[in-house]
Design a protein around this ligand. Structure first.
Ligand SMILES: [Ca+2]
Ligand SMILES: [Ca+2]
Length: 143
């Protein structure tokens, strides 16, 4: 499935410009974190970076346990998104992140109450994935 985040739309006479933030796609093919990331990049995208509550709510419709673009591969305990930004809004599952057996990649999953949360996991596990492609504006002339 795909979701499109539209930031706004401005029309001048017949010309309408829509300002897109991002397109989000989910893939139900299970891959390792690195494989998922490479696959996203081949599509001109990257694993999803979630840096607002709105964005987190916006992708709620995507089901499944999916890789997101968050890891502490570089420095243990320092969580970084694939675009280099730090972790600002987090929703760790209770007891996570636990770095059990050296877990450095993050999946998005439902907790026992059905709430979407983050869990650190071994990067070599295979999971579905959500990718994000950031967009600018698209203008269309309406007849
Ligand atoms: Ca870790
Ligand atoms: Ca964990």
């Amino acid at each position: 499935p795909v979701r499109v985040a539209v930031v706004g739309q401005v029309c001048y006479n017949e010309l309408c410009c829509r300002h897109y933030k991002s397109f989000y796609y989910s893939s139900n093919i299970k891959r390792t974190w690195e494989e998922s990331r490479r696959y996203c990049q081949e599509q001109g995208a990257d694993l999803i970076v979630i840096n607002s509550k709105e964005e987190q709510d916006f992708v709620e419709i995507f089901e499944g346990r999916s890789w997101i673009g968050l890891s502490d591969k570089e420095t243990e305990g320092v969580w970084k998104w694939v675009d280099g930004s730090p972790l600002t809004i987090s929703s760790w599952m209770s007891g996570e992140p636990n770095d059990e057996f050296g877990e450095d990649c993050v999946e998005r999953r439902r907790d026992n109450n059905g709430k979407w949360t983050f869990n650190d996991l071994s990067c070599t596990q295979k999971r579905e994935s959500i990718r994000e492609i950031k967009l600018g504006s698209v203008c269309t002339v309406y007849q």
